[in-house]
Design a binder for this molecule. Structure first.
Ligand SMILES: *Cc1c(COP(=O)(O)O)cnc(C)c1O
Length: 472
């Protein structure tokens, strides 16, 4: 595209003319004059700025039509549904960027009710007066974890923050050096600690921590002994960590509370899904932790939430922290969490009812069968642009749960004569975007999390690898 000359730029109609132009009349109808005016001003300013900077400006012979198209595109952004549904075929079951846990039907039904009608969220129906939103969850959480008391906040990051701020304000928190995690984004334990008003006291070395490292460090300035689940990495080789139950004893002997940030936190034994054995929340409570924090939307398979369980006296202090209000859970999430927790009351059905567990539980044979059915359909959609084959691959749990655990899975791998990035873009441009992963010279779709085969197949005819804009 050639840069426009000054004379061409002068051809840009005035903002007033543009607003009254035929090209924009229906847009004005739809979005109202104020929004269109702002968008037009922005588009014109963009063109002028790029021209001033000497860049190439895409102005056709009809500047009014060109600008109108830009304005239309800009405003259409406002009304697209987003975030929108995608297919998570990355092989990472709990994928933070893709919204983590899909919820069970029971939770979805409860959310709809809570969203539509007023509820007794903070109202005691028996006494007819103000109630507490935690009451809908506390007993249930206690039954499932064996804890004395519980409270909930927006997410586990908030649970950690609030617990530290309540229990260790202006005091020291002992943490093993090997557990000072960064989970991504800005969640780094040392920074959280600082913002929570607590002082980090690292003990031990990166690979080894002994009981005496804690007993040497513990004293009058210690507010909390903390264990952090090393969610997204593993320290291998010459290593030593102090077992949770031993840490609990050390803390108790020194009359200091002991907190465990479990991160993912599971309520069921994971060996049944072929995954490594992980301590459940109940195990950690039984081992003597005074406070345990974990996520609602990781292995638990529920909505975004941070759950804090532990000793009644400590939970009571946490609940009374004024910051709790700033982190409280929303009513729609509360009913969803309750519905999910209720499913855990029946251990027989839980693996079937909760999508995260169901997907982790899927047999390899089942996934392979699905791959065999889908391979020819995918290959047909590719036309002459590529070949599809069945591959064995490995799914992972994701979101910092079980960093190294992988489970055998199957998928469809595509080799293309076109570019790989164009191929993966074509899958992302489908009505329900398909997110796979690029490995070597192939685009791989791990089928472990594909439960709606029909929708997947139906839209494949729209796959456009060639890049020609048949449909957009
Ligand atoms: C994921 C994680 C968190 C943060 O939990 P969110 O639910 O993402 O807020 C905190 N600590 C650990 C160890 C984690 O794995």
């Amino acid at each position: 595209m050639a840069s426009p000359t000054k004379a061409e730029l002068r051809k840009i109609p005035s903002i007033d003319e543009l607003l009254r132009s035929d090209e924009l009349s229906d847009v004005v109808q739809e979005f109202g004059r104020a929004h269109v005016l702002a968008a037009v001003q922005q588009s014109v300013a963009d063109v002028r700025r790029r021209f001033d900077e000497g860049g190439s400006v895409d102005l056709t012979s009809n500047p009014a039509a060109h600008l109108a198209a830009k304005v239309r595109e800009d405003l259409a952004q406002l009304i697209t549904a987003t975030p929108a549904r995608v297919f998570n075929l990355t092989g990472t079951v709990i994928h933070t960027n893709l919204g983590r846990a899909p919820l069970p039907e029971e939770a979805i039904a409860a959310m709809e009710q809570a969203a539509r009608y007023p509820s007794n969220l903070e109202f005691d129906l028996q006494r007819g007066r103000r109630g507490d939103r935690d009451t809908h969850l506390e007993r249930l959480i206690c039954s499932l974890t064996g804890a004395e008391a519980a409270t909930v906040v927006n997410n586990n990051a908030a649970a950690v923050m609030l617990s530290l701020n309540t229990l260790a304000l202006r005091k020291e928190v002992l943490v093993a050096r090997g557990q000072l995690i960064e989970i991504g984004g800005s969640f780094r334990m040392p920074d959280i600690m600082k913002r929570a008003g607590a002082k980090l006291h690292e003990v031990g070395t990166t690979n080894r921590t002994h009981a005496h490292d804690y007993t040497d460090a513990i004293g009058r300035t210690t507010g909390l002994v903390m264990e952090v689940h090393t969610s997204n990495y593993l320290i291998n080789g010459f290593t030593k960590a102090v077992p949770t139950s031993d840490l609990a004893k050390i803390a108790q002997q020194h009359v200091v509370p002991f907190m465990v940030d479990l991160g993912s936190g599971t309520l069921v034994k994971l060996e049944q899904f072929g995954l490594p054995n992980e301590a459940t929340v109940a195990d950690v409570v039984a081992a003597g932790a005074d406070i345990v924090t974990f996520s609602g939307d990781k292995l638990l398979g529920g909505p975004q939430a941070g759950i804090v369980v532990g000793k009644a006296e400590l939970i009571d202090r946490i609940k009374r922290n004024p910051m709790k209000r700033a982190m409280r859970m929303d009513k729609v999430s509360i009913v969803a969490l309750r519905a999910v927790l209720q499913l855990y009351l029946d251990p027989q059905k839980v693996a079937d009812k909760i999508p995260v567990l169901r997907m982790l539980n899927r047999s390899l044979a089942d996934i392979e069968r699905q791959a065999e059915n889908l391979r020819p359909v995918v290959e047909q959609a590719l036309g002459h642009t590529g070949r599809a084959e069945i591959v064995s691959c490995k799914s992972q749990v994701g979101s910092g749960a079980l960093p190294t655990a992988e489970t055998q899975s199957a998928g469809i791998a595509i080799k293309t004569s076109s570019s790989l990035s164009r191929l993966s873009a074509a899958f992302r441009q489908l009505p329900v975007p398909v997110i796979g992963r690029l490995t070597g010279n192939r685009f791989i779709m791990d089928l472990r999390c594909l439960d709606d085969t029909q929708t997947f197949v139906d839209q494949l005819k729209l796959l456009n690898v060639s890049g020609r804009s048949a449909q957009r």
